[in-house]
Design a binder for this molecule. Sequence first.
Ligand SMILES: [Zn+2]
Length: 452
Amino acid sequence: MPEIKLTSFGAAGEVTGSCHLLEIDGYQVLVDCGLFQSGMETYLKNWEDFPFDVKKIKAVILSHAHLDHCGRLPLLLKKGYKGKIYATPATCQLAEIILADNQEILIDKAREHNLPILYSQEDVAKTIKALLPINYHQNFKLNNKLDFTLYNAGHILGAAFIKFNTGGKNIVFSGDLGGQDMPLMKTAETLGQADYLILESTYGNSVHADKKNREKKLLTAVQSITTKAGTLVISVFAMERTQDVLSVLNDYYENHLDFRVPVYLDSPLAAAATKIYKQHSNLLNQTALDKLKYDNDLFNFPHLKVTTNSRESKKINSVPPPKIVLAGSGMAEGGRLIHHLAHYASDPRNYILFMGFQVPGTLGHHITHGAFDFDYYGKKIPLKASVDQIDGFSAHADQNELLAWIKNISNQAKIYLVHSDADNLLAFQKKIAEVLDIKAEIMKNNETVLLN
Ligand SMILES: [Zn+2]
């Protein structure tokens, strides 16, 4: 039996910066290499040296295209990684647009904090070239002791959990897991055999209470601004939340042809991601596939306008209300959303909707947690618009869904928890012990665990 070692260099005891090193008899594979994102102090960790020898890494597997999983890949190549990055075809496509977009944000952040630019567009281009698409269920042999297979994790388009096989033992990295009954994504595939499971725990200590009425909550906000002649600003993540919200609005507009409130998708990144979703519609769930039989585009409907440049974006301000604006970034950490927030937040007729988890330290967290005002380039903007948050569109499985997923492991697995903060991890660890009688371990950054 080979020696199996695991070390986390990010997302252990925290939510962002996913980066885990698996060593099989010294052969090193990195699972994800994401950006640290929660708050400025954490963000600055991206500029620290990797605490491992980049040149010893033989392969990288990318679970999905969220920045906290892929955002430091170009840095890895800049520091000398020469191998391939394996991911599903949809993840490869999404990572390409996400990384290019993020490089520009990183330039701004570097300037703001007097730091060198983390990596260049050339490093991003090298990263894109290193991506090697691997389909779900296609087994890939890394060497004569180690192979892996990607399975649908149901989180965002292309997201995978990774099952490594060495000497008949399975080591599974959950990546990020999606929940059940999502508008577009399938439920994560069953886990099967897992001897060691590295499990994300983002919602390990909570349930999505509003899942059943998430569509209703969204349409209530639409009704509110229609009645009051206000503006609804919806904060969206470019991947998944945008397409989820568009698909709900699509259903509403297609069924209410007399409803004429304009909708602006004001995010070039979200628009580009939506095109990739359309290309991979075969990956969508049965509900979405059924709709596609009579509506050939689930993300396009009457009165939807996609802005293509900043001039068109600015023109939205002069459109008389009621109107709906979808913009990012999802936690109001940048992007066009902050300009819309500054423009619309002080009017009580308006409505601001955040979609899902807001990491502490972000403007989205500040606004959704009872703030009276917020800072916009040194100016205080009073917060008088209605503010709401819908968790039910979260792309993450909640506590019940995580427990249901691990319940289906066909053998007795050892579980290692990652991707949540210390309090949540402890609570989830306790819950797993209560419900499943399994003592899960909590991974710590930079600590190596011998798996066998
Ligand atoms: Zn994710």
